[in-house]
Design a protein around this ligand. Structure first.
Ligand code: SAM
Length: 250
């Protein structure tokens, strides 16, 4: 039996790991890193910096696993994501079989928290379902970009006794039509909130946790230009932008 540790590493800073996550980093022999085709080298560099900072011994290996190509504009989004998870499961399965000895422990350094818009748990479950490899696994939570956003803006995410919806740019219009009015939006490079009818307040953050993080808050219609400018600053500082925001109907 081999073991996998899915370790939440926070969303951009070197010190957003729990003590438990640091112990897990020190417990693994092999670290598996997705080699993306789209050139976000900085995210790989950050993972390596986290290992240098938190791993006491240097007797570990980092293995890049080429990330299968993904259809970014599919007609059936769910089917395309499922196909991609299957291809990732096959890729990781063969690397684990070849590189992690029986009884050994490998680790995935998962951006933010593994429970939020991340495929690692599903991919590991698929490896187990495929049945070619015996693998047990454990999930170590991390600080997600949503928690960082709330902390930076000093927000309680829910209004008193109220619900909070967490969605994507793609799902935002649907969720607003269904009545959501206190919403965290992720995976939204086009700021879908700008097209919503009515007045909204926004609490926005990009590249949170990095030295180049950007924050904007205010009435959405009044701060749109500030957000676009801040997004560009974040992109030119690091070569990538990830942004998350909370909107509330005013
Ligand atoms: C694939 S999801 C991963 C989320 C991650 N598991 C988490 O817990 O934050 C990527 C999205 O998370 C958000 N995100 C991740 N890191 C971020 C950061 N440092 N600052 C702002 N948003 C971030 C963005 O909405 C981005 O599009």
């Amino acid at each position: 039996m081999r073991r996998a540790l899915l370790i939440g590493i926070g969303a951009g800073g070197l010190d957003q790991l729990t003590v438990e996550a640091v112990a897990a980093i020190n417990d693994a022999d092999v670290f598996l890193v997705a080699a993306k085709n789209r050139g976000v080298d900085d995210l790989e560099t950050l993972r390596k910096a986290i290992l240098r900072r938190h791993r006491a011994a240097t007797d570990y290996r980092v293995i890049k696993v080429p990330d299968p190509e993904r259809d970014r504009d599919p007609t059936d989004y769910g089917a395309a994501v499922r196909d991609w998870h299957e291809a990732r499961a096959a890729a990781y399965e063969s690397v684990i079989a070849a590189e992690v000895p029986e009884g050994g422990t490998c680790a995935f350094l998962v951006w933010g928290d593994p429970s939020l818009y991340d495929s690692t748990i599903r991919v590991v479950e698929r490896i187990r379902t495929r049945g070619n490899l015996e693998l047990e696994y454990e999930v170590l939570p991390g600080v997600s970009s949503v928690q960082l956003l709330a902390a930076r803006h000093r927000l309680v995410l829910n209004r008193i006794g109220g619900p909070i919806t967490i969605t994507t740019g793609r799902g935002l219009a649907r969720d607003v039509a269904a009545g959501a009015d206190n919403i965290v939006v992720m995976l939204d490079k086009d700021l879908a909130a700008a097209a919503l009818p009515g007045d909204w307040d926004i609490y926005w953050g990009a590249n949170l946790g990095t030295p180049d993080e950007e924050l904007v808050a205010g009435r959405l219609s009044k701060v749109l230009e500030d957000i676009h400018a801040a997004r560009e600053r974040a992109a030119s500082a690091r070569g990538w932008v990830m942004d998350t925001y909370l909107i509330r109907r005013a």
